[in-house]
Design a protein around this ligand. Structure first.
Ligand code: V0D
Length: 253
């Protein structure tokens, strides 16, 4: 009776409209597959990173149009430092290149640029570009475009634990009163809500040290598409699936 079940419980598909009343507030993206995209075309890895930057623009617009409030893009992990020197150098130039092309439009679209990660270790020119973008968009009230850059979740949690331990030792924090809400405020993401939807591209089905604490209740969406090929339709498909999973019947969540 599979056909009957299908008839009475239709699958959401590309034709079903998006529910404007249930847009994920915070979407996080692990932008994977740039190197593989380039390899497939006989291009150097950095060509994939450059193409990936174009996808950042595309998905930022798509998220903004849907009314997503925060879009976090995982651009560089604490583990990425082990890549070849030339590749790291190239990656570190992407923020300024991206912003040189896009910052004006981001300002016009009322977007706020932010960063989650450790500043230490990043080149001065990379930090300068980020600081400029954050400063120029500080008073904007639209989409928060948050780049996770030099970010790793275990270290983030460990640093938070150390902060808590130091405060307890100094007597400024009562350990018996420490709860999840207080601990969350010690993380790098203190000023952001937890992600509602996490997208990872390129067929990898793991978190790879990304927002381990924050994604306790996050819906995950994995796409086989390489990040440079990821488009607005793919993003909308992920949001549609998020809506299917979180659909509230009779007002119940
Ligand atoms: C390479 C795919 C935009 C992932 C996207 C430093 C890997 C392209 C930025 C960017 C990267 C970061 C901050 C900012 C504006 C833009 C970026 C990096 C890598 C690592 F304020 N793309 N992008 N940053 N790639």
């Amino acid at each position: 009776m599979a056909w009957l079940w299908k008839k009475s419980k239709p699958e959401a598909n590309a034709l079903s409209p998006l529910d404007r009343d249930n847009i994920p507030q915070h979407v996080a993206v692990i932008m994977d597959g740039n190197g593989r995209w380039a390899k497939q075309r006989g291009l150097p890895r950095v060509a994939g990173h450059h193409a990936g930057m174009k996808a950042v623009k595309r998905i930022t617009i798509a998220a903004d149009e849907l009314g997503v409030k925060t879009l976090t893009m995982y651009a560089f992990s604490t583990e990425n430092w082990t890549r070849p020197r030339e590749e790291v150098d190239y990656l570190m130039r992407l923020p300024s290149e991206f912003l040189a092309i896009e910052l004006q439009e981001l300002i016009e679209k009322n977007v706020q640029v932010r960063m989650t990660g450790w500043r230490e270790g990043l080149p001065a020119h990379t930090l300068a570009a980020l600081d400029q973008a954050e400063a120029d968009t500080r008073h904007n009230t639209g989409l928060i475009l948050n780049f996770a850059l030099n970010y790793g979740s275990r270290r983030e949690i460990l640093e938070a634990v150390k902060t808590v331990a130091r405060e307890a030792e100094a007597g400024t924090l009562d350990l018996d009163k420490l709860d999840e809400e207080t601990f969350t405020k010690k993380l790098l993401t203190a000023d952001l809500p937890d992600p509602d939807l996490l997208i990872r591209t390129s067929g990898e089905i793991r978190l790879s040290n990304f927002m381990l604490w924050q994604s306790a209740y996050t819906e995950f969406w994995f796409s086989n598409r390489y990040w440079p090929d990821f488009g607005k339709e793919d993003f909308e498909e992920a949001v549609r699936e998020y809506q299917r999973r979180t659909r509230r019947y009779g007002g119940l969540k």
